[in-house]
Design a protein around this ligand. Structure first.
Ligand SMILES: *Cc1c(COP(=O)(O)O)cnc(C)c1O
Length: 476
Protein backbone atom coordinates (compact mmCIF):
# COMPACT_ATOMS: atom_id res chain seq x y z
CA UNK A 1 0.00 0.00 0.00
CA UNK A 2 1.24 3.51 -0.81
CA UNK A 3 2.00 5.29 2.47
CA UNK A 4 -0.84 7.78 2.21
CA UNK A 5 -3.47 5.50 0.59
CA UNK A 6 -5.58 5.47 3.78
CA UNK A 7 -6.11 9.23 3.55
CA UNK A 8 -7.21 9.24 -0.10
CA UNK A 9 -10.89 8.57 -0.60
CA UNK A 10 -12.75 7.21 -3.59
CA UNK A 11 -16.37 6.35 -4.26
CA UNK A 12 -17.44 2.71 -3.80
CA UNK A 13 -18.81 3.03 -7.36
CA UNK A 14 -15.52 4.22 -8.79
CA UNK A 15 -16.78 7.51 -10.24
CA UNK A 16 -15.56 11.04 -9.56
CA UNK A 17 -12.19 12.24 -8.31
CA UNK A 18 -10.05 11.02 -5.47
CA UNK A 19 -10.44 13.34 -2.49
CA UNK A 20 -8.78 13.93 0.85
CA UNK A 21 -10.13 13.44 4.36
CA UNK A 22 -11.44 16.99 4.78
CA UNK A 23 -13.43 16.78 1.55
CA UNK A 24 -14.91 13.38 2.42
CA UNK A 25 -15.80 14.73 5.85
CA UNK A 26 -17.59 17.84 4.57
CA UNK A 27 -19.26 16.26 1.52
CA UNK A 28 -19.81 12.65 2.56
CA UNK A 29 -21.73 11.63 -0.56
CA UNK A 30 -19.62 11.31 -3.74
CA UNK A 31 -21.20 12.72 -6.92
CA UNK A 32 -21.90 9.24 -8.37
CA UNK A 33 -24.16 8.37 -5.41
CA UNK A 34 -21.74 5.89 -3.81
CA UNK A 35 -19.96 6.12 -0.47
CA UNK A 36 -16.39 7.14 0.26
CA UNK A 37 -13.85 4.48 1.16
CA UNK A 38 -10.08 4.93 1.55
CA UNK A 39 -7.88 3.60 -1.24
CA UNK A 40 -6.03 1.40 1.25
CA UNK A 41 -6.14 0.47 4.92
CA UNK A 42 -3.25 0.71 7.38
CA UNK A 43 -2.09 -2.68 8.67
CA UNK A 44 -0.68 -3.48 12.09
CA UNK A 45 1.61 -6.52 12.35
CA UNK A 46 2.17 -8.65 15.49
CA UNK A 47 4.85 -6.37 16.99
CA UNK A 48 2.75 -3.29 16.50
CA UNK A 49 -0.31 -4.98 18.00
CA UNK A 50 1.77 -5.78 21.06
CA UNK A 51 2.61 -2.10 21.32
CA UNK A 52 -1.00 -0.95 20.74
CA UNK A 53 -2.10 -3.28 23.50
CA UNK A 54 -0.32 -1.13 26.07
CA UNK A 55 -1.87 2.18 25.04
CA UNK A 56 -4.70 4.09 26.68
CA UNK A 57 -7.91 4.50 24.68
CA UNK A 58 -6.96 8.00 23.51
CA UNK A 59 -3.42 7.00 22.53
CA UNK A 60 -4.80 4.00 20.67
CA UNK A 61 -7.35 6.19 18.90
CA UNK A 62 -4.55 8.47 17.73
CA UNK A 63 -2.60 5.55 16.23
CA UNK A 64 -5.63 4.03 14.50
CA UNK A 65 -7.10 7.28 13.18
CA UNK A 66 -4.00 9.25 12.13
CA UNK A 67 -3.49 7.35 8.83
CA UNK A 68 -7.07 8.16 7.73
CA UNK A 69 -6.73 11.87 8.43
CA UNK A 70 -3.47 12.39 6.58
CA UNK A 71 -2.50 16.04 6.53
CA UNK A 72 -6.04 17.39 7.14
CA UNK A 73 -4.79 18.25 10.64
CA UNK A 74 -1.37 19.64 11.52
CA UNK A 75 1.07 17.16 13.06
CA UNK A 76 0.33 16.67 16.76
CA UNK A 77 -3.11 18.23 16.54
CA UNK A 78 -5.05 14.97 16.53
CA UNK A 79 -4.26 14.18 20.18
CA UNK A 80 -5.87 17.47 21.23
CA UNK A 81 -8.90 16.88 19.02
CA UNK A 82 -9.41 13.43 20.57
CA UNK A 83 -9.04 14.75 24.12
CA UNK A 84 -11.67 17.42 23.42
CA UNK A 85 -14.02 14.98 21.69
CA UNK A 86 -14.06 12.54 24.58
CA UNK A 87 -13.81 14.83 27.60
CA UNK A 88 -17.57 14.60 28.25
CA UNK A 89 -17.50 10.81 28.70
CA UNK A 90 -18.03 9.23 32.09
CA UNK A 91 -14.83 7.20 31.90
CA UNK A 92 -11.35 8.35 30.98
CA UNK A 93 -11.06 5.22 28.84
CA UNK A 94 -14.21 6.27 26.93
CA UNK A 95 -15.59 2.70 26.78
CA UNK A 96 -15.74 0.03 29.46
CA UNK A 97 -14.96 -3.64 29.09
CA UNK A 98 -16.21 -6.04 31.69
CA UNK A 99 -16.51 -9.77 32.16
CA UNK A 100 -20.01 -11.03 32.63
CA UNK A 101 -20.65 -12.85 35.90
CA UNK A 102 -19.90 -16.50 35.58
CA UNK A 103 -17.65 -15.36 32.75
CA UNK A 104 -17.94 -18.37 30.47
CA UNK A 105 -20.02 -19.37 27.52
CA UNK A 106 -19.27 -22.81 26.08
CA UNK A 107 -15.91 -22.37 27.79
CA UNK A 108 -15.07 -19.04 26.11
CA UNK A 109 -15.21 -15.95 28.26
CA UNK A 110 -18.09 -13.59 27.57
CA UNK A 111 -17.56 -9.86 27.94
CA UNK A 112 -19.62 -6.74 27.63
CA UNK A 113 -18.03 -3.85 25.75
CA UNK A 114 -19.99 -0.84 27.03
CA UNK A 115 -20.05 1.94 24.46
CA UNK A 116 -22.72 4.09 26.10
CA UNK A 117 -20.83 6.28 28.54
CA UNK A 118 -21.09 9.44 26.41
CA UNK A 119 -23.44 12.40 26.94
CA UNK A 120 -26.58 10.76 25.47
CA UNK A 121 -25.99 7.25 26.81
CA UNK A 122 -25.74 5.60 23.39
CA UNK A 123 -22.84 4.31 21.33
CA UNK A 124 -23.45 6.92 18.61
CA UNK A 125 -21.77 9.46 20.89
CA UNK A 126 -18.41 7.73 20.34
CA UNK A 127 -18.48 8.56 16.64
CA UNK A 128 -20.49 11.79 16.70
CA UNK A 129 -18.48 13.55 19.39
CA UNK A 130 -15.35 13.02 17.30
CA UNK A 131 -17.15 13.98 14.08
CA UNK A 132 -18.33 17.29 15.60
CA UNK A 133 -14.89 18.15 16.95
CA UNK A 134 -13.18 17.32 13.64
CA UNK A 135 -15.70 19.36 11.68
CA UNK A 136 -15.26 22.33 13.99
CA UNK A 137 -11.50 22.18 13.70
CA UNK A 138 -11.37 21.79 9.93
CA UNK A 139 -14.06 24.43 9.26
CA UNK A 140 -12.21 26.84 11.49
CA UNK A 141 -9.01 26.39 9.43
CA UNK A 142 -10.99 26.99 6.26
CA UNK A 143 -12.81 30.01 7.73
CA UNK A 144 -16.20 28.37 7.04
CA UNK A 145 -19.37 27.37 8.90
CA UNK A 146 -21.96 24.67 8.35
CA UNK A 147 -25.59 24.31 9.31
CA UNK A 148 -26.24 20.68 10.21
CA UNK A 149 -29.77 19.63 9.35
CA UNK A 150 -30.98 16.30 10.61
CA UNK A 151 -34.18 14.32 11.12
CA UNK A 152 -34.74 11.89 13.97
CA UNK A 153 -37.38 9.36 14.93
CA UNK A 154 -36.30 9.93 18.52
CA UNK A 155 -32.92 8.50 19.39
CA UNK A 156 -30.21 9.96 17.22
CA UNK A 157 -31.17 13.64 17.34
CA UNK A 158 -29.80 14.16 20.82
CA UNK A 159 -26.46 12.55 19.93
CA UNK A 160 -26.14 14.99 16.99
CA UNK A 161 -27.08 17.97 19.18
CA UNK A 162 -24.56 17.00 21.85
CA UNK A 163 -21.91 16.65 19.14
CA UNK A 164 -22.50 20.19 17.84
CA UNK A 165 -23.57 22.30 20.81
CA UNK A 166 -20.06 23.35 21.80
CA UNK A 167 -18.75 23.83 18.27
CA UNK A 168 -18.16 27.45 17.26
CA UNK A 169 -18.34 26.69 13.53
CA UNK A 170 -21.52 24.60 13.60
CA UNK A 171 -25.23 25.27 13.93
CA UNK A 172 -27.70 22.44 14.15
CA UNK A 173 -31.42 22.16 13.44
CA UNK A 174 -33.17 18.89 14.30
CA UNK A 175 -36.53 17.86 12.87
CA UNK A 176 -38.60 15.40 14.88
CA UNK A 177 -42.23 14.24 14.56
CA UNK A 178 -44.42 16.32 16.90
CA UNK A 179 -45.93 14.31 19.75
CA UNK A 180 -44.60 11.04 18.33
CA UNK A 181 -41.43 10.64 20.36
CA UNK A 182 -41.16 9.95 24.08
CA UNK A 183 -40.95 12.75 26.62
CA UNK A 184 -37.44 11.60 27.55
CA UNK A 185 -36.31 11.69 23.92
CA UNK A 186 -37.83 15.14 23.40
CA UNK A 187 -36.40 16.65 26.55
CA UNK A 188 -32.94 15.24 25.83
CA UNK A 189 -32.99 17.53 22.79
CA UNK A 190 -35.15 20.47 23.81
CA UNK A 191 -33.49 21.07 27.16
CA UNK A 192 -30.31 22.19 25.38
CA UNK A 193 -30.38 25.98 25.45
CA UNK A 194 -27.38 26.99 23.31
CA UNK A 195 -27.95 29.56 20.56
CA UNK A 196 -26.57 27.28 17.87
CA UNK A 197 -29.19 24.58 18.52
CA UNK A 198 -32.72 24.65 17.08
CA UNK A 199 -35.31 21.92 17.73
CA UNK A 200 -38.26 21.75 15.37
CA UNK A 201 -41.30 19.57 16.05
CA UNK A 202 -42.85 18.81 12.68
CA UNK A 203 -46.63 18.27 12.45
CA UNK A 204 -46.45 14.84 10.84
CA UNK A 205 -44.60 11.55 11.16
CA UNK A 206 -40.94 10.60 10.74
CA UNK A 207 -41.35 10.20 6.97
CA UNK A 208 -42.59 13.80 6.77
CA UNK A 209 -39.46 14.88 8.66
CA UNK A 210 -37.20 12.94 6.31
CA UNK A 211 -38.96 14.27 3.22
CA UNK A 212 -38.61 17.80 4.52
CA UNK A 213 -34.93 17.20 5.24
CA UNK A 214 -34.38 15.84 1.74
CA UNK A 215 -36.20 18.78 0.15
CA UNK A 216 -34.16 21.24 2.23
CA UNK A 217 -30.84 19.60 1.37
CA UNK A 218 -31.88 19.65 -2.28
CA UNK A 219 -32.38 23.43 -2.12
CA UNK A 220 -29.11 23.83 -0.23
CA UNK A 221 -27.75 27.26 0.49
CA UNK A 222 -30.55 28.92 -1.48
CA UNK A 223 -32.99 27.98 1.27
CA UNK A 224 -31.24 29.41 4.28
CA UNK A 225 -28.20 31.37 3.19
CA UNK A 226 -26.04 28.86 5.06
CA UNK A 227 -24.01 25.92 3.76
CA UNK A 228 -25.92 22.79 4.77
CA UNK A 229 -24.81 19.31 5.61
CA UNK A 230 -26.15 16.29 7.42
CA UNK A 231 -24.42 13.91 9.82
CA UNK A 232 -26.01 10.56 9.04
CA UNK A 233 -24.33 7.22 9.46
CA UNK A 234 -22.59 7.15 6.09
CA UNK A 235 -19.87 9.65 7.01
CA UNK A 236 -16.53 7.87 6.84
CA UNK A 237 -15.31 9.68 9.96
CA UNK A 238 -17.94 7.90 12.04
CA UNK A 239 -16.79 4.46 10.91
CA UNK A 240 -13.14 5.29 11.49
CA UNK A 241 -13.95 6.35 15.07
CA UNK A 242 -15.67 3.01 15.69
CA UNK A 243 -12.69 0.90 14.60
CA UNK A 244 -10.87 2.05 17.73
CA UNK A 245 -12.99 0.21 20.29
CA UNK A 246 -12.71 -3.07 18.39
CA UNK A 247 -8.94 -2.83 18.78
CA UNK A 248 -9.26 -1.73 22.39
CA UNK A 249 -11.36 -4.75 23.37
CA UNK A 250 -9.85 -7.27 20.95
CA UNK A 251 -6.28 -6.67 22.13
CA UNK A 252 -7.30 -7.02 25.76
CA UNK A 253 -9.35 -10.19 25.27
CA UNK A 254 -7.33 -12.18 22.75
CA UNK A 255 -5.67 -15.30 24.08
CA UNK A 256 -4.03 -16.21 20.81
CA UNK A 257 -7.02 -17.58 18.93
CA UNK A 258 -8.84 -14.34 18.10
CA UNK A 259 -12.01 -12.73 19.43
CA UNK A 260 -15.67 -12.81 18.36
CA UNK A 261 -17.74 -9.64 18.44
CA UNK A 262 -21.53 -9.72 18.79
CA UNK A 263 -23.06 -6.58 17.31
CA UNK A 264 -26.67 -5.31 17.24
CA UNK A 265 -27.08 -4.03 13.71
CA UNK A 266 -29.24 -1.55 11.82
CA UNK A 267 -27.46 0.55 9.23
CA UNK A 268 -24.39 -1.71 9.22
CA UNK A 269 -22.09 1.05 10.51
CA UNK A 270 -20.96 -0.43 13.79
CA UNK A 271 -20.34 -3.93 12.50
CA UNK A 272 -18.61 -2.71 9.34
CA UNK A 273 -16.03 -1.09 11.63
CA UNK A 274 -15.37 -4.64 12.87
CA UNK A 275 -14.74 -5.78 9.28
CA UNK A 276 -12.22 -2.97 8.92
CA UNK A 277 -10.52 -3.84 12.22
CA UNK A 278 -10.03 -7.42 11.03
CA UNK A 279 -8.54 -6.26 7.75
CA UNK A 280 -6.22 -3.90 9.66
CA UNK A 281 -4.65 -6.79 11.55
CA UNK A 282 -6.80 -7.31 14.63
CA UNK A 283 -7.42 -11.03 15.21
CA UNK A 284 -11.19 -10.97 14.67
CA UNK A 285 -12.68 -14.48 14.51
CA UNK A 286 -16.36 -14.01 13.71
CA UNK A 287 -18.64 -11.02 13.66
CA UNK A 288 -21.96 -12.11 15.15
CA UNK A 289 -24.52 -9.93 13.43
CA UNK A 290 -27.85 -9.54 15.24
CA UNK A 291 -30.89 -7.90 13.64
CA UNK A 292 -34.36 -7.37 15.03
CA UNK A 293 -37.41 -8.28 12.92
CA UNK A 294 -36.16 -5.83 10.27
CA UNK A 295 -33.88 -8.53 8.95
CA UNK A 296 -32.63 -7.44 5.53
CA UNK A 297 -29.02 -8.10 6.61
CA UNK A 298 -29.83 -11.48 8.08
CA UNK A 299 -31.59 -12.49 4.87
CA UNK A 300 -28.62 -11.25 2.86
CA UNK A 301 -26.21 -13.42 4.86
CA UNK A 302 -28.21 -16.64 5.14
CA UNK A 303 -29.89 -16.62 1.72
CA UNK A 304 -28.01 -14.00 -0.35
CA UNK A 305 -31.29 -12.09 -0.45
CA UNK A 306 -30.75 -8.40 0.23
CA UNK A 307 -34.23 -7.19 -0.64
CA UNK A 308 -36.14 -4.19 0.59
CA UNK A 309 -39.37 -4.68 2.55
CA UNK A 310 -41.48 -2.29 4.66
CA UNK A 311 -39.95 -1.31 7.97
CA UNK A 312 -41.77 -2.62 11.07
CA UNK A 313 -41.72 -1.09 14.53
CA UNK A 314 -39.85 -3.14 17.14
CA UNK A 315 -38.79 -3.15 20.76
CA UNK A 316 -35.26 -2.21 19.55
CA UNK A 317 -36.19 0.91 17.52
CA UNK A 318 -32.65 2.10 16.70
CA UNK A 319 -32.34 -0.94 14.41
CA UNK A 320 -35.65 -0.35 12.61
CA UNK A 321 -34.48 0.11 9.01
CA UNK A 322 -35.65 -1.09 5.62
CA UNK A 323 -32.21 -0.83 4.01
CA UNK A 324 -28.79 -0.70 5.68
CA UNK A 325 -27.09 2.41 4.39
CA UNK A 326 -23.52 1.14 4.87
CA UNK A 327 -24.09 -2.27 3.26
CA UNK A 328 -22.76 -0.84 0.00
CA UNK A 329 -19.36 -0.58 1.68
CA UNK A 330 -19.41 -4.33 2.34
CA UNK A 331 -20.39 -4.99 -1.26
CA UNK A 332 -17.38 -2.95 -2.32
CA UNK A 333 -15.13 -4.66 0.24
CA UNK A 334 -16.05 -8.08 -1.15
CA UNK A 335 -16.10 -7.17 -4.85
CA UNK A 336 -14.86 -4.09 -6.73
CA UNK A 337 -16.12 -0.65 -7.77
CA UNK A 338 -17.49 -1.78 -11.11
CA UNK A 339 -19.50 -4.64 -9.59
CA UNK A 340 -20.70 -2.37 -6.77
CA UNK A 341 -21.95 0.23 -9.24
CA UNK A 342 -23.80 -2.45 -11.21
CA UNK A 343 -25.36 -4.14 -8.17
CA UNK A 344 -26.44 -0.83 -6.60
CA UNK A 345 -28.00 0.29 -9.87
CA UNK A 346 -29.92 -3.00 -10.02
CA UNK A 347 -30.98 -2.56 -6.40
CA UNK A 348 -32.24 0.97 -7.05
CA UNK A 349 -34.31 -0.43 -9.90
CA UNK A 350 -35.66 -3.66 -8.40
CA UNK A 351 -35.17 -3.40 -4.61
CA UNK A 352 -33.21 -6.67 -4.72
CA UNK A 353 -29.47 -7.31 -4.53
CA UNK A 354 -27.63 -10.65 -4.66
CA UNK A 355 -23.85 -10.82 -4.22
CA UNK A 356 -21.75 -12.80 -6.71
CA UNK A 357 -21.41 -16.29 -5.28
CA UNK A 358 -17.74 -16.03 -4.26
CA UNK A 359 -18.40 -12.74 -2.46
CA UNK A 360 -21.36 -14.22 -0.63
CA UNK A 361 -19.23 -17.17 0.52
CA UNK A 362 -16.67 -14.68 1.89
CA UNK A 363 -19.42 -12.85 3.74
CA UNK A 364 -20.55 -16.11 5.30
CA UNK A 365 -17.01 -16.65 6.60
CA UNK A 366 -16.86 -13.17 8.13
CA UNK A 367 -20.26 -13.18 9.82
CA UNK A 368 -22.63 -15.43 11.71
CA UNK A 369 -26.02 -13.77 11.54
CA UNK A 370 -29.19 -14.11 13.53
CA UNK A 371 -32.58 -12.40 13.73
CA UNK A 372 -34.52 -11.71 16.92
CA UNK A 373 -38.17 -10.75 17.11
CA UNK A 374 -39.56 -8.79 20.05
CA UNK A 375 -40.15 -11.89 22.15
CA UNK A 376 -36.61 -13.14 21.56
CA UNK A 377 -35.19 -9.75 22.56
CA UNK A 378 -37.29 -9.47 25.71
CA UNK A 379 -36.30 -13.00 26.65
CA UNK A 380 -32.61 -12.15 26.20
CA UNK A 381 -33.09 -9.14 28.49
CA UNK A 382 -34.44 -11.50 31.14
CA UNK A 383 -31.58 -13.95 30.62
CA UNK A 384 -29.04 -11.15 30.94
CA UNK A 385 -30.46 -10.37 34.34
CA UNK A 386 -30.93 -13.96 35.50
CA UNK A 387 -27.71 -15.51 34.22
CA UNK A 388 -25.25 -12.65 34.44
CA UNK A 389 -26.86 -10.07 36.70
CA UNK A 390 -26.77 -7.30 34.06
CA UNK A 391 -29.65 -5.14 32.93
CA UNK A 392 -29.38 -4.67 29.16
CA UNK A 393 -31.16 -2.40 26.73
CA UNK A 394 -33.08 -4.24 23.96
CA UNK A 395 -30.41 -3.64 21.27
CA UNK A 396 -27.62 -5.08 23.36
CA UNK A 397 -29.92 -7.95 24.35
CA UNK A 398 -30.21 -8.97 20.69
CA UNK A 399 -26.41 -9.18 20.54
CA UNK A 400 -26.29 -11.19 23.75
CA UNK A 401 -28.79 -13.61 22.22
CA UNK A 402 -26.53 -13.92 19.17
CA UNK A 403 -23.49 -14.59 21.38
CA UNK A 404 -25.34 -17.24 23.36
CA UNK A 405 -26.48 -18.95 20.20
CA UNK A 406 -23.07 -18.94 18.54
CA UNK A 407 -20.69 -19.27 21.48
CA UNK A 408 -17.44 -21.10 20.75
CA UNK A 409 -14.42 -21.62 23.00
CA UNK A 410 -12.94 -18.21 22.17
CA UNK A 411 -13.55 -14.88 23.91
CA UNK A 412 -16.62 -12.98 22.76
CA UNK A 413 -17.27 -9.27 23.25
CA UNK A 414 -20.93 -8.24 23.18
CA UNK A 415 -21.14 -4.63 22.05
CA UNK A 416 -23.46 -2.76 24.44
CA UNK A 417 -24.88 0.10 22.42
CA UNK A 418 -27.24 1.90 24.79
CA UNK A 419 -27.79 2.41 28.50
CA UNK A 420 -30.87 0.48 29.60
CA UNK A 421 -32.31 3.63 31.22
CA UNK A 422 -33.07 4.89 27.69
CA UNK A 423 -35.54 2.06 27.13
CA UNK A 424 -37.60 1.79 30.28
CA UNK A 425 -40.72 0.68 28.40
CA UNK A 426 -38.83 -2.39 27.17
CA UNK A 427 -37.58 -3.05 30.71
CA UNK A 428 -41.18 -3.09 31.91
CA UNK A 429 -42.21 -5.40 29.08
CA UNK A 430 -39.36 -7.76 29.93
CA UNK A 431 -40.55 -7.94 33.54
CA UNK A 432 -37.60 -5.81 34.70
CA UNK A 433 -39.72 -2.86 35.82
CA UNK A 434 -37.83 -2.70 39.10
CA UNK A 435 -34.82 -1.36 37.16
CA UNK A 436 -36.46 1.78 35.78
CA UNK A 437 -35.54 3.99 38.74
CA UNK A 438 -32.52 5.44 36.98
CA UNK A 439 -34.64 6.40 33.99
CA UNK A 440 -37.08 8.19 36.30
CA UNK A 441 -34.26 10.13 37.97
CA UNK A 442 -32.81 11.17 34.64
CA UNK A 443 -36.19 12.33 33.38
CA UNK A 444 -36.78 14.34 36.56
CA UNK A 445 -33.42 16.10 36.04
CA UNK A 446 -34.35 16.93 32.45
CA UNK A 447 -37.72 18.32 33.56
CA UNK A 448 -35.96 20.83 35.79
CA UNK A 449 -34.14 22.34 32.80
CA UNK A 450 -37.13 23.54 30.80
CA UNK A 451 -37.56 23.21 27.04
CA UNK A 452 -37.04 25.21 23.91
CA UNK A 453 -38.58 24.14 20.60
CA UNK A 454 -40.88 25.33 17.87
CA UNK A 455 -43.72 23.46 16.13
CA UNK A 456 -43.81 23.79 12.34
CA UNK A 457 -45.79 22.48 9.38
CA UNK A 458 -44.09 19.89 7.16
CA UNK A 459 -43.21 22.27 4.31
CA UNK A 460 -40.19 24.23 3.14
CA UNK A 461 -41.75 27.65 3.79
CA UNK A 462 -42.35 26.84 7.43
CA UNK A 463 -38.83 25.45 7.79
CA UNK A 464 -37.32 28.50 6.12
CA UNK A 465 -39.26 30.85 8.38
CA UNK A 466 -38.24 28.96 11.51
CA UNK A 467 -34.58 29.01 10.50
CA UNK A 468 -34.73 32.69 9.58
CA UNK A 469 -36.32 33.67 12.89
CA UNK A 470 -33.86 31.59 14.93
CA UNK A 471 -30.73 32.42 16.87
CA UNK A 472 -28.56 30.23 14.62
CA UNK A 473 -25.31 31.92 13.58
CA UNK A 474 -25.67 34.32 10.67
CA UNK A 475 -29.30 33.35 9.97
CA UNK A 476 -31.44 35.25 12.45
C1 LIG B 1 -27.83 3.05 15.91
C2 LIG B 1 -27.92 1.98 16.92
C3 LIG B 1 -27.67 0.63 16.59
C4 LIG B 1 -27.34 0.17 15.17
O1 LIG B 1 -26.09 0.63 14.75
P1 LIG B 1 -25.74 0.61 13.18
O2 LIG B 1 -24.41 1.23 13.08
O3 LIG B 1 -26.83 1.40 12.51
O4 LIG B 1 -25.76 -0.81 12.76
C5 LIG B 1 -27.73 -0.32 17.60
N1 LIG B 1 -28.07 0.04 18.87
C6 LIG B 1 -28.31 1.31 19.21
C7 LIG B 1 -28.68 1.61 20.63
C8 LIG B 1 -28.25 2.33 18.26
O5 LIG B 1 -28.52 3.59 18.61
Amino acid sequence: MAPDAASRYRSTRGGGEVCDFAQALLNPRPPDGGLYVPEGLPHFGPDELEELHRLSYLQLAERIIAPFIGDALAAGELAGVLARAYRGFEHEEVVRLRALDGGTLHGGPLHLLELFHGPTLAFKDVALQLLGTLLDDILSRQGQRRLILTATSGDTGSAAIEACRNCARLDIAVLFPHERITEFQRRQMTSVQQDNVLCLAVRGDFDDCQNLLKAALGRGEALTGAALMTVNSINWARLMAQVVYYFYAGLRLDQGGGVNFAVPTGNFGNIYAGVLAGRMGLPVRRLLLATNRNDILHRALVGNDYSRVQVQGSVAPSMDISIASNFERLVHFLTDAQTTARLQAEFAESGVLALPDAAWQCARELFASSRWDDDGILQAMQQGQQRYGVVLDPHTAAALAAAQQYGDEHPTAVLATAHPAKFSEALVRAGLGEFTAEADTRLATLRERGERFEVIDPDLDSLQKALGGSSLGGLG
